[in-house]
Design a protein around this ligand. Structure first.
Ligand code: PLP
Length: 447
């Protein structure tokens, strides 16, 4: 594209582009004309703090010089079909295994998050010879048919009636749990007992895998109670079920460690990834499998594939991205700045409309309520995506945007997940804006 005619872009967009999860008549997108680090500018030259890293993928920030430089070298590695070994695919697989949990052995490359999850389901079914897949309510695993069936929130209704064999179980969501548990351990025991029962009811010998975001992201950064994930691992071991962790959003430093599972004391059998592996500079996803799963396919055909599996351009960008995490100590940095975010978020608990704050590293959600005592949510469950007539959450997010704080919400939770390169000062500036908006929202809109 040589010159930028904003009006023409918008006109073509209106006329020819179908936008996701939206009534097309209500779509009126801005254009990003410039971007750098944690900031971007719209077509009216308004500056925004990108506090959700676009869709929680721009971990290294906008216009990272090393990635822009890498693009100059695209074409040096010949474009080749998945059957060929290429320098970038081989190197990236090695680099991913180097940073993955110690039991992980090989990588199957896909194009993004949803199709990575679809492939994980297929791989689990092949490796176990079983067909049922357990996944959780309040999860999001993607919009394809398979990943849509895995998902446990309102976006899955778009793929209903669902596929047979996809079973949902409850997620620990302690803020909204009706039982008042004595402590986290008691909550863990409750959820694990329920899950074990459900496995028995379904017939453990039919269950191929338990699929979970270790920390559900879009649905409000739901941190699991102590021992819960380890307990799920034990149940999987008891019944010979594979445990698959969806690290599409949490992977590559978001939580202050390389993967979210690194915060806990267990190893999954498979992990899916996308977003942070290339930070969106080129689309890429994949499935990391354990030594045990990898070995199964030594003598069995891996009956799946994609034209662009291990795409030369995307894996080259992936290699450069992984170098950036390491060279710039980005993950340690996310952990450090995450502490500043944590303290700013904890202070928000003083506001009447803030029901809960949940955070780990640079991955956080602020859950808003109409009434702190009754915990009445701003939006009732399932009322997102054009059904919320009152539009209180949309108003809140629009106000944030007006103040230059760009992010999105899901149900009553606002996501805060800035690029990992954010400085302490930028974080404080952006959270000052958040508090100004919260004050205004409570005064002019909510109460
Ligand atoms: N899994 C998780 C945990 C996600 O957060 C997402 C997207 O937000 C996906 C899967 C789907 O990824 P994609 O949109 O790249 O298909």
């Amino acid at each position: 594209m040589k010159s930028v005619d904003i009006e023409k872009i918008k006109q073509d967009d209106r006329n020819y582009v179908l936008h996701s999860w939206a009534k097309q008549k209500q779509v009126n997108p801005k254009t990003i004309t410039k971007a750098k680090g944690i900031f971007f500018w719209d077509d009216e030259d308004k500056k925004y703090y990108d506090m959700c890293s676009q869709l929680v993928y721009l971990n290294v920030g906008h216009a990272h010089p090393k990635l822009l430089e890498e693009f100059k070298h695209i074409g040096e590695i010949p474009i080749s079909a998945p059957g060929f070994a290429t320098a970038s695919k081989a190197e990236l697989a090695r680099k991913i295994i180097d940073v993955a949990p110690s039991n992980m052995a090989k990588v199957f490359f896909a194009n993004g998050g949803a199709d990575s999850n679809d492939h994980a389901v297929k791989i689990a079914r092949m490796a176990t010879g079983r067909y049922k897949i357990f996944s959780r309510y309040r999860s999001y695993h993607g919009a394809t048919f398979g990943a849509g069936n895995l998902s446990g929130e309102s976006r899955r209704f778009t793929v209903e009636p669902g596929l047979p064999g996809f079973i949902k179980f409850d997620v620990p969501y302690l803020y909204r749990e009706v039982i008042d548990f004595e402590n986290e351990e008691a909550a863990t025991k409750f959820y694990l007992d329920r899950l074990r029962n459900q496995m028995l009811y379904e017939g453990p010998e039919t269950i191929a895998a338990v699929f979970m975001e270790p920390i559900p992201g879009s649905n409000g950064v739901l941190i699991p109670p102590k021992g819960y994930l380890e307990g799920v691992r034990e149940l999987c071991d008891e019944f010979g079920i594979l445990m698959i962790c969806d690290e599409v959003m949490t992977g590559f430093g978001r939580t202050g460690k390389m993967f979210a599972v690194d915060h806990f004391d267990f190893e999954p059998d498979m992990m899916t990834f996308a977003k942070g592996v290339t930070c969106g500079y080129s689309p890429l996803g994949g499935v990391i499998v354990s030594e045990k799963v990898a070995k199964y396919f030594d003598d069995h055909v891996l009956m799946t594939g994609l034209t662009y599996s291990g795409h030369t351009v995307s894996t080259q960008i992936g290699c450069a991205t992984l170098d950036i995490y390491k060279d710039e100590n980005l993950i340690e940095h996310a952990d450090e700045v995450g502490k500043v975010l944590a303290s700013r978020l904890e202070e928000l608990r003083g506001y009447d409309s803030v029901g809960d704050v949940r955070h780990i590293g640079l991955f956080a959600a602020v859950e808003l309520v109409k009434d702190k005592t009754t915990k009445e949510p701003i939006i009732a469950y399932g009322m997102d995506y054009g059904k919320d007539k009152v539009g209180l959450m949309s108003q809140f997010v629009s106000l944030l945007s007006e103040f230059g704080f760009y992010t999105y919400s899901h149900e009553s939770s606002v996501i805060i997940a800035p690029p990992l390169v954010i400085t302490e000062q930028e974080l404080n500036e952006s959270m000052d804006l958040f508090e100004q908006v919260l004050t205004l929202f409570e005064k002019d809109v909510l109460f």
